[in-house]
Design a protein around this ligand. Structure first.
Ligand code: FES
Length: 114
């Protein structure tokens, strides 16, 4: 019997928390601008042709340090990344995931919990 998980390559995912809390005195990634950051990352990933999908996720339990980002499954967490850290993240993603030459201009995005 074949194992289907072994036959299908695992998709690389850039997870970004877009959780927003109702109470303004509680920290959340959306409250710190993660939605705009997700838009920026999608555009830069598309521009560079990185073989990676952006997945807007719910809370990843790093709320006080957000926006929280993780390059899954192999990458580390980034918390409130600076412009230099975002550039390093994209370089790491390009190295780990490679690029696609058949990028047709569509943004590849998954929405969780929406
Ligand atoms: S709100 Fe983003 S990690 Fe919790």
């Amino acid at each position: 019997m074949k194992n289907l998980e072994e036959e299908q390559p695992r998709q690389n995912i850039l997870m970004i928390c877009i959780n927003r809390r109702v109470r303004k005195d509680e920290p959340s990634c959306a409250g710190r601008g993660s939605e705009a950051l997700a838009d920026r990352l999608e555009k830069e990933i598309q521009s560079r042709g990185i073989n990676l999908i952006v997945e807007r996720s719910k809370c990843m339990a790093h709320c006080r340090a957000g926006p929280t980002i993780r390059l899954a499954p192999r990458g580390k967490f980034y918390h409130g990344p600076s412009d230099d850290e975002i550039a390093a993240l994209l370089d790491e993603a390009e190295t780990l995931c490679g690029t696609t030459t058949d990028n047709d201009g569509d943004l590849t995005t998954n929405f969780l919990g929406s």
